[in-house]
Design a protein around this ligand. Structure first.
Ligand code: GRF
Length: 189
């Protein structure tokens, strides 16, 4: 069974649904580590409830990004992690982690890439007045939301749609698609 780490910086709703899918057996993997760069993120409490070990470190406390990533890498290696899932991890993966885990890191992004990469993708799409947006799951490379696309699903904007209602729709879709795609990637191996 593959040993999985999830990287997250925020609420951790995707972390939670993936952890539940692993617990129920629909994803055949072991969730061995949470990596979190924000000491006050709600995802840390979720990991505690679920008894999942967490590596929590603030990048600004390290001399450089490379030194920070070397510490993360050491934690991944110690936990014998095979595969990394980014779920709301709000920083770019640098060369240190990419060299070690290239092709084995995936991310979820709340737009139909290559449209609206980067921060605030839902707001960007809403402000652009698009009638269809969605979510993308992709392999991570050295760009910002640029790696090979694995899966996408579209969301139509209704008349009277608000940022809040659109955000809800997108999150709901993420919570079904991300565990399904992770299962497809890991269960077949
Ligand atoms: C998700 O919308 C994801 O697409 C984006 O960050 C958000 C994370 O939400 N990359 P959560 O922390 O999993 O609730």
């Amino acid at each position: 069974m593959k040993r999985l780490a999830i990287f997250a910086s925020g609420t951790g709703s995707n972390f939670q649904v993936i952890a539940e899918a692993i617990r129920s057996g629909s994803i055949r993997a072991e969730l061995v580590l949470l990596v979190c760069d924000k000491p006050d993120a709600a995802v840390i409490e979720k990991a505690e409830w679920l008894h999942i070990p967490a590596f929590v470190a603030e990048p600004k406390r390290f001399e450089t990004k490379q030194v920070y990533e070397k510490a993360v890498l050491a934690a991944l290696e110690e936990a014998q992690v095979d595969f990394v899932v980014l779920a709301g991890y709000m920083r770019l993966i640098g060369p240190t982690l990419l060299q070690a885990y290239g092709g084995r890191i995936i991310n979820i992004h709340p737009s139909l890439l290559p449209s609206f990469p980067g921060l605030h993708a839902i707001e960007q799409a809403f402000a652009a007045g698009v009638k269809v947006t969605g979510i993308t799951i992709h392999f991570v490379d050295d760009g910002m939301d640029t790696g090979p696309i694995i899966a996408q699903e579209a969301v139509k904007l209704s008349r009277g749609e608000t940022i809040e209602s659109l955000t809800d729709k997108i999150h709901h879709l993420e919570h079904t698609l991300y565990p399904r795609v992770i299962a497809e990637l890991l269960n077949e191996e």
